[in-house]
Design a protein around this ligand. Structure first.
Ligand SMILES: Cc1cc2nc3c(=O)[nH]c(=O)nc-3n(C[C@H](O)[C@H](O)[C@H](O)COP(=O)(O)O)c2cc1C
Length: 198
């Protein structure tokens, strides 16, 4: 799959077929994750692949945003807990998040849907999964063959989020383009502004 297609067409999928995920695919997903960048190449990540229905149900109980429950945790054939070893690197959470994105793109390229879940009671999850104290649970990624085609969520326009050289500064090309697009009154005002510095 082309990189642009992978990046742009990956969506958060929250409804899955019951079909199990072969272990070979789980290895492929973690392989993609481990090729992510990490500060000083410390690779401070660990992953737990959860397929046991009882454990998924248990952690599903603790994954909610106020009263909105992430039902897809219990329903997905596979949940991957992404862990960051806080003792190993000061960038552990950043590194593990990048690994998570690799994993989700790889899942998409293999025809799988996935969803990063960030709302959960971390201590409860750590207890259920027997995770040592020095690890942070960065996220729980649900994975499965999609049973839905999610709509495309809006993204901020590049123009709204990109500056050049300094915060708030737009490029000369864009200034010219915007100047050309503006009506005669705006152009007149801008000319006055340049001449009289008002
Ligand atoms: C840090 C983080 C936390 C998230 N937490 C949740 C969550 O708890 N439950 C959920 O269903 N989706 C969660 N999502 C998925 C987002 O809702 C989703 O990425 C966003 O709506 C954009 O949609 P897209 O992934 O299809 O582009 C989370 C995503 C991120 C990056």
């Amino acid at each position: 799959m082309n990189i642009w297609e992978a990046i742009k067409k990956r969506r958060s999928v929250r409804s899955y077929q019951t079909k199990p995920i072969p272990e070979k695919i789980i290895y492929q997903l973690i392989d993609a994750a481990r090729w992510g960048p990490s500060g000083a190449n410390l690779q401070p990540w660990k992953f737990i692949a959860i397929t046991d229905p009882e454990i998924k149900k248990e952690i599903g109980k603790y994954a909610r945003f106020f009263f909105i429950k992430s039902y897809h945790i219990a329903e997905a054939p596979l949940v991957i807990a992404v862990l960051a070893d806080l003792n190993k690197s000061k960038w552990a959470v950043i590194d593990s998040s990048m690994a998570a994105q690799n994993l989700m793109l790889a899942a998409h390229s293999l025809g799988l849907g996935s969803c990063f879940v960030g709302y959960f009671a971390e201590e409860k999850i750590k207890k259920v999964l027997a995770i040592p104290a020095n690890f942070k649970v960065v996220g729980l990624i649900t994975v499965g063959f999609p049973a839905e085609k999610p709509s495309i969520p809006k993204r901020l326009d590049v123009k709204e989020i990109l500056f050049f050289d300094k915060f708030g500064k737009i490029s000369m090309t864009r200034k010219i383009l915007e100047f050309r697009k503006s009506g005669p009154l705006t152009i007149f005002k801008k000319v006055l502004k340049v001449i009289f510095r008002v």
